[in-house]
Ligand binder design. Structure first.
Ligand code: FES
Length: 125
């Protein structure tokens, strides 16, 4: 994995926050239109901030790494901050991705924003 940044390799080899969450406040599953890889995100919300993120990803090494990295990156963020999260912000913060792998960070960005949207739907029901 010579083309990957040290952070990508480290998160792929030692993923954080992977697994299930009991009774999440919001959740979403998204798939990458480019390759079909999938990510499920579960969130716990405290007030207007993300208190906890869990994820399950079936995908390539950068998809696993960006899932793990993003789950740590957004801890404590406001829901509005998550709304503005982009795949490029994740790719840049993790030290860059090879050009043909930048699309892999779309899973984490899309799934986190969708999980926040699901939380808002549940909260307003
Ligand atoms: Fe599918 Fe990376 S090749 S997310």
């Amino acid at each position: 994995m010579a083309a990957y940044s040290p952070k990508v390799i480290e998160h792929f080899e030692h993923p954080r926050n992977a697994g299930e969450m009991d009774a999440p406040d919001g959740e979403a599953t998204t798939s990458n239109p480019v390759c079909g890889d999938r990510m499920r995100v579960m969130i716990r919300v405290d007030g207007e901030r993300l208190a906890e993120v869990r994820w399950q990803t079936r995908g390539c090494p950068p998809a696993i790494a960006t899932s793990s990295f993003a789950s740590e990156m957004v801890a404590g963020w406001t829901l509005e901050e998550v709304d503005a999260l982009t795949r490029d912000a994740i790719a840049e913060a993790i030290g860059g991705l090879p050009k043909d792998k930048v699309h892999c960070s779309v899973l984490a960005a899309d799934a986190l924003r969708a999980a926040v949207a699901d939380y808002r739907r549940r909260a307003s029901a």
